[in-house]
Design a protein around this ligand. Structure first.
Ligand SMILES: NC(=O)c1ccc[n+]([C@@H]2O[C@H](COP(=O)([O-])OP(=O)(O)OC[C@H]3O[C@@H](n4cnc5c(N)ncnc54)[C@H](O)[C@@H]3O)[C@@H](O)[C@H]2O)c1
Length: 365
């Protein structure tokens, strides 16, 4: 049985859905069975998460009266590609999945992005349920409907917007998450605070030890705060024509660093942590913010054991070339999310490339 469950609504009219955060919600189909409309369900997971949790989901599903099949993918960002999507299509074809079928994404952001994209494409769009099992996926990737895979030319270049029917975030799954993965998830938590919530930023500064010790109440507060914030942004700007881009604070730098280092070398959250420090430094260089805010951000990231400097072998010019390919750019100019200080992120058009390059070359203070 699950204990207290925190529920957050994403209000998107006919496509509205709930995010349910609690302990044991994975095994209690009462929280998600109603999101399954047809007879066919495909659980997509990876080869680390499936042995830990897939059977529990499948057993819980017996109460829903459906036939569930499994598709187990190799774990990790290196496999977030079209081959993986193709394997999910094969499993859907074998299941005989029709338009009322449902895909369950059980795993971290990689599984969520692949399974969600496959669901967006199969018969031009079938239902899917997000069951995030990493902190990063609970606070960020499972909410908001961005799905997709990487291309050799860059991260997440192939994708679609496709909202889930429900998000089931079971805190019990975090017990098996390796420390490094947990810390990487905190990068996106810190991002939420850095973009728009000064009180949350201070709360994170005060509660880092509790959060790293996986205190359930502290984790619930952090996850719910991030989901509430993201839900609001997605309600106002689902397709990222404006405000939603703010959630990419640190990501343009981060994606370039992650790709250049080679997928799998730096975790996504680690690359975002470095990217946020670079975005803050560039903001200070451009006279938009104080260096003291960069220092505060850096200290908070370090309190969560996150890296704050790019690996020294990465060349600034190569990183810049990657950044030019970012989806946020317009008309060949660099468009970045920078800030005016803590909780005051903003979109900046036509960022001066020379200043961005100097920032990449800058020695840590
Ligand atoms: N769609 C979006 O809006 C969005 C937002 C942010 C990030 N992302 C994407 O999310 C991905 C990163 O997600 P991630 O950090 O969850 O990585 P991940 O999915 O690779 O998971 C990290 C590792 O932890 C393992 N794991 C997952 N849950 C576990 C558990 N409970 N116990 C033990 N091991 C577990 C996985 O097998 C994997 O090896 C990136 O590809 C990024 O681009 C997408």
């Amino acid at each position: 049985m699950s204990g207290a469950v925190t529920e957050i609504e994403v209000g998107l009219d006919a496509r509205r859905y709930s995010i349910r955060v609690g302990s044991g919600v994975l095994e209690d189909s009462a929280y998600w069975c109603d999101a399954i409309r047809g007879r066919h369900v495909l659980i997509v997971s990876d080869d680390t998460v499936a042995p830990l949790y897939a059977e529990r989901v499948r057993e819980a599903m017996e109460g829903c009266g459906v036939d569930a099949a499994m598709s187990v993918l190799p774990a990790g960002e290196a496999h977030k590609n079209l081959d993986a999507v193709s394997r999910v299509f094969d499993a859907l074809a074998e299941l005989g999945a029709t338009r009322d079928a449902c895909v369950i994404a059980l795993g971290g952001g990689v599984v969520g992005d692949i399974a969600g994209f496959a669901a967006a494409c199969w018969m031009r769009g079938i239902d899917f349920i997000q069951m995030p099992t990493t902190l990063l996926a609970m606070v960020d990737s499972s909410v908001g409907g961005k799905t997709g895979v990487d291309h050799a030319a860059g991260k997440n270049l192939i994708g679609a917007f496709h909202q889930p029917r429900v998000v089931i975030a079971d805190l019990l799954t975090l017990a098996t998450l390796p420390d490094r993965e947990l810390r990487a998830g905190f990068a996106e938590v810190i991002k939420t605070a850095a973009v728009a919530d000064a009180a949350f930023f201070s709360w994170l500064e005060a509660n880092a030890p509790r959060l790293l010790a996986r205190d359930t109440d502290a984790l619930t507060h952090a996850i719910a705060t991030c989901c509430r914030f993201k839900a609001g942004v997605v309600e106002r700007d689902e397709r990222e024509t404006g405000e939603r881009a703010l959630l990419n604070f640190g990501h343009t730098f981060g994606h370039a660093i992650e790709t250049q280092a080679g997928y799998g070398m730096l975790l996504h959250g680690e690359a975002v942590a470095i990217g946020m420090v670079l975005a803050a430094r560039l903001s200070a260089r451009l006279g938009m913010a104080n260096e003291s805010d960069t220092q505060r951000l850096r200290a908070l990231l370090q309190a969560f054991g996150l890296p704050t400097e790019a690996p020294s072998h990465l060349q600034p010019d190569t990183l810049l070339a990657r950044m030019r390919l970012d989806k946020k750019n317009r008309a060949g100019t660099l468009r970045l999310i920078l800030w005016r200080g803590i909780a005051r992120a903003e979109i900046v058009e036509r960022v001066d490339e020379a200043t961005a390059r100097e920032t990449l070359l800058q020695e840590p203070a």
